[in-house]
Design a protein around this ligand. Structure first.
Ligand code: ADP
Ligand code: TRP
Length: 343
């Protein structure tokens, strides 16, 4: 029997931040380190998705390579046949399948996407691209081409993943078994050992998620921030004036976010961190511990990053991209036949 497939992608529109790391990168790297003998693990630079929101195109090549280096620094082993890294645009089948899926997707389905509403509300009308509108379709093509059962993503992508399951089922119903339908999102969270999708919040505006596309970097901890810069961002994180630490996402989103961050980054359970801090009145002491834990994490991470060998990445990309093209073209041909494009 062939191995079950895990696949995720990260856009290269900016440096990666601690939310990307904890929400998307860490789950797949953990799998790669411990389960690559049971699963095929694919990590993709979603380069085509990178400019759904405006970017500096002169920097894209550099950014793509920087992100790949981050994957390796996060612990992704490159020396395993069933662990693969690749760039989306190097596998043309992604855009071809996306077009076909586009034609079976309703405008209403895309219109309902909360992330589109959020991201487009930050842009003037003429800067909202059609790409931003229908990027969940390309994203579905990304994993359906490889029969992925598991697609680890942060909570902001849950709705997109649900659409991906719908479109896969819709085509299977119309044309016979073309796609492996990814597992229901809840099962995926259980598989990755979390009971809910993760959403690290912006430190300055804890009502919003921490995001690469945010203009102000005050609330975002980038993986290449210096330890001091990160400390400063955490110490000035927005909290509240209640004077009582409590894990209440509604009433104290800033504090709850810092509790989440501390637990995840220090590898402690949420309960343990809550027990230690809940009921305390001094936010300063608590923030200082979060700041220290994050600073330590960044220092270690950046030491790993400095050791990464770029030529090993280039060699691995060449091999993986060849393998991915073969696999993707196989699925694409099945779909092309089903819809009448090939005999
Ligand atoms: P961003 O929104 O920061 O530009 P991407 O859209 O490239 O990031 O997302 C890459 C991955 O990181 C996705 O799986 C996404 O769900 C995850 N992710 C992004 N932001 C967060 C966050 N604040 N908390 C948890 N996961 C996140
Ligand atoms: N759309 C995702 C995001 O913006 C990134 C992404 C693109 C992705 N293709 C994917 C994630 C395929 C998982 C699988 O965050």
């Amino acid at each position: 029997m062939s191995k079950q497939v895990i696949l995720t992608g990260l856009r290269a529109n900016n440096d990666l931040h601690i939310g990307n790391y904890l929400g998307a990168l860490l789950p797949i790297v953990d799998m790669a380190k411990t389960r690559a003998d049971d699963f095929q693990v694919n990590l993709m630079v979603a380069d085509l998705h990178s400019f759904t929101t405006p970017v500096d195109h002169n920097k894209l090549q550099l950014q793509i390579m920087d992100n790949l280096r981050v994957y390796v620094a996060a612990g992704l082993p490159l020396d395993h046949e069933d662990i693969r890294i690749f760039r989306q645009s190097y596998v043309p089948a992604h855009t071809e399948l996306a077009w076909i899926l586009d034609c079976f997707t309703g405008m209403g389905e895309m219109n309902r996407m909360v992330q589109f509403k959020e991201k487009s509300s930050l842009l003037s009308e003429d800067r909202i691209s059609v790409g931003l509108f229908n990027y969940p379709v390309l994203m579905a093509a990304d994993y359906l081409l490889y029969d992925a059962s598991y697609v680890p993503v942060g909570d902001d992508q849950t709705q997109h993943l649900e659409y991906g399951r719908d479109i896969a089922q819709r085509l299977n119903n119309n044309f016979g078994e073309l796609f492996v339908v990814p597992k229901p999102v809840k099962e995926q969270h259980e598989f990755f050992g979390k009971d809910q999708g993760l959403r690290i919040k912006d430190l300055a505006e804890p009502s919003k998620k921490m995001s690469k596309s945010t203009d102000s970097a005050k609330g975002v901890i980038f993986l290449n921030d210096t330890a001091d810069a990160a400390r400063e961002k955490i110490m000035s994180a927005t909290t509240d004036s209640l004077g009582n630490i409590s894990y209440d996402k509604e009433k104290q989103p800033g504090v709850a976010n810092l509790i989440d961050l501390l637990a995840l980054i220090s590898g402690r359970s949420l309960d343990e961190v809550r027990q230690k801090y809940e009921g305390q009145a001094q936010y300063g002491t608590f923030k200082a511990e979060v700041a220290e834990a994050v600073a330590m994490f960044l220092t270690d991470f950046q030491a790993e990053l400095a050791k990464v060998d770029t030529s090993a990445i280039e060699a691995k990309l060449a091999t993986s991209e060849e393998q991915m093209n073969i696999q993707a073209n196989g699925t694409l041909l099945k779909v092309q036949r089903a819809v009448g494009l090939r005999a």
